[in-house]
Design a protein around this ligand. Structure first.
Ligand code: BTN
Length: 250
């Protein structure tokens, strides 16, 4: 990832960058660096992770050299506390940074799909100190041979849609798009990003199945509210979903 700096067009994101051959989790290293006083916009990358993690404590398989494993550290002023839609806006930034790709879309809350297969996942974690220290972690499949055989049928890599640039070039484009979106989001909230998010989302207007852990139901995904929650119209009324796995209903 030596070439990241030469491709960067950002003000802050990626200007402080650590690359590791191997880490437990880039999210953990980014959180530690923030705790040690690291700057807003710091970026940690790794060739491989030995304890990569996803949402809900799932394992994020992270074999060496084939994919992007990235954590971005943000310092958010204590006045700006409502970060509930952050993951959605991160998804939107990555979607825009990848550029036009046939079939690329966002799945609420913050997965990126090509068609029905998963390309990338996002894990945001935060700690409240003097300011709020936020780690935005994302993993993107670059190469088919870097995909865990256990999820091979449900996952897709960028090389399969003809994207073959190196990791530094791709990451520089992602950081530029993320900085554009997050600078505004951290000042003003979700409203300004809603239309772009809705246009990129593949579920809005469709019948979905919501698995909220304790219950499962179906309905039509109608909207996203100010807190980034998914508004689902069911046969027995409106449900506002804050955390769940949501798939298209068959
Ligand atoms: C998900 O889809 O469940 C989120 C996956 C997030 C994976 C990335 S890879 C870089 C960063 N470090 C981690 O341990 N997880 C995130």
């Amino acid at each position: 990832m030596d070439d990241l700096t030469q491709h960067l067009s950002t003000r802050a994101f990626g200007r402080a960058h650590e690359h590791h051959v191997s880490l437990g989790s880039t999210n953990d290293r980014a959180a530690a660096w923030l705790r040690e006083g690291g700057p807003h916009g710091l970026v940690v990358t790794a060739d491989t992770q030995t304890a990569g993690r996803g949402r809900k404590g799932r394992v994020w398989s992270s074999p060496p050299g084939h994919n992007l494993y990235v954590s971005l550290g943000l310092r958010v002023g204590s006045a700006r506390r409502d970060l509930s839609a952050l993951g959605l806006v991160v998804g939107l930034g990555i979607y825009e940074g990848l550029g036009p790709i046939e079939g690329l879309g966002l799945k609420w809350p913050n997965d990126l799909l090509i068609g029905e297969r998963k390309l990338a996942g996002i894990l945001c974690e935060s700690r409240w100190a003097e300011d709020v220290e936020v780690v935005v972690g994302f993993g993107i499949n670059l190469r088919r041979d870097g995909i865990d055989p256990a999820v091979a049928g449900r996952a897709v890599a960028l090389e399969e849609v003809g994207v073959s640039e190196g990791r530094g070039v791709i990451l520089a484009a992602l950081l530029a798009a993320l900085e554009r979106r997050l600078d505004v989001f951290l000042m003003t909230g979700f409203e300004e990003h809603r239309d772009a998010y809705l246009a990129a989302n593949v579920q809005i207007g469709h019948r979905v199945r919501v698995d909220a852990g304790t219950e499962t139901f179906e309905g039509v995904a109608e909207a996203i509210d100010d807190a980034g929650a998914l508004v689902v119209e069911t046969d027995i009324g409106t449900r506002v979903v804050h955390a769940a796995d949501v798939t298209r209903a068959r």
